[in-house]
Ligand binder design. Structure first.
Ligand SMILES: [Mg+2]
Length: 293
């Protein structure tokens, strides 16, 4: 774990505290206000010296010009690819799409969190409390129905709907979050004609959902921020995950559109074997061990 504890600042605070105490003894009450002011300044300096491993990534996703440029760029590519896909009856995005699909109506399938919905305000809570993801705290945040759209997502989705492309959303969110998730999508005014377009985690894998959609639609694009949004078998160690992504190198930026998520995802939990119950310190220790020069 990277401690950002400022030892010099701490020593300075101790020195100031002792100095102030000596002066209080000599001059009593007139200096008490100054003493409290100095000590509260020290306290402020101490607060936040221990940072959270998600700080930089969350700042980048929440507030940087570069992140917004990337997501708009990604969705611009998606739109151009959608045009190409609509014109090509042999184009398909899902490996689960088999048989004669050329005449099926077109569809696109997108993940929600960090693909359509910006979850960074939930990550901020984790950072400020020096905690890690929990299903309960995430559910509480989802029920606030306050997630904004990822930049570029709504424009792309509206364009797809205008082209009569069916838009499906699938997510690792559980069924108990259906109502708040649907309300969040409606609040963003993205295409969402009915509940059948929202596929949540009921034990059905994303691969199985792709196969179900592919029976009735030609899936033109997959959009997500996690390898499992595209291909089955991705919940494995980091090396195998990279190999799996490389084995489909011709699909990236074409029928498979990946959004950046440096904050969390299977890329991160693969470093500690997806053991979400491990204490945060142990997760950090295992991640540190896998750095290499
Ligand atoms: Mg996601």
């Amino acid at each position: 774990m990277r401690q950002v504890f400022n030892i010099t600042g701490y020593r300075n605070c101790l020195f100031l505290k002792n100095s102030v105490r000596n002066r209080v003894v000599r001059y009593r009450y007139p200096v008490l206000a100054a003493a409290f002011a100095v000590l509260s300044g020290c306290a402020q300096q101490m607060v936040g010296v221990e940072s959270h491993e998600m700080l930089n990534a969350t700042l980048w996703a929440q507030s940087s010009a570069e992140y917004e440029a990337v997501t708009r760029q990604v969705y611009r590519v998606a739109r151009a690819n959608l045009d190409e896909a609509l014109a090509d009856p042999h184009w398909r995005a899902a490996l689960e799409q088999t048989g004669d699909y050329a005449d099926l109506p077109p569809a696109i399938v997108l993940d929600l969190d960090e693909t359509i919905l910006d979850n960074t305000s939930y990550e901020v809570r984790i950072i400020r409390e020096l905690k890690k993801y929990s299903r309960a705290s995430f559910a509480d945040w989802c029920r606030e129905v306050d997630a904004p759209a990822i930049p570029g997502a709504k424009e792309f989705l509206d364009y797809a709907a205008d082209q009569n492309v069916a838009v499906f959303y699938y997510s690792a969110r559980r069924e108990n979050l259906r109502d708040c998730t649907a309300r969040n999508l409606r609040a963003l005014q993205v295409p969402f004609p009915n509940q059948s377009r929202l596929l949540l985690n009921t034990g059905t894998s994303k691969s199985e959902y792709r196969a179900m959609i592919a029976r009735n639609y030609r899936i033109l694009l997959l959009v997500g921020d996690n390898l499992q949004d595209f291909v089955d078998g991705s919940k494995t160690d980091p090396s195998r995950r990279r190999d799996l992504a490389r084995s489909h190198v011709e699909r990236w930026g074409r029928e498979w559109i990946m959004l950046p998520n440096p904050m969390y995802g299977h890329w991160e939990s693969s470093f500690y074997g997806f053991d979400y119950e491990l204490p945060r310190e142990e997760q950090l220790r295992r991640k540190n061990l896998q750095l290499h020069e």
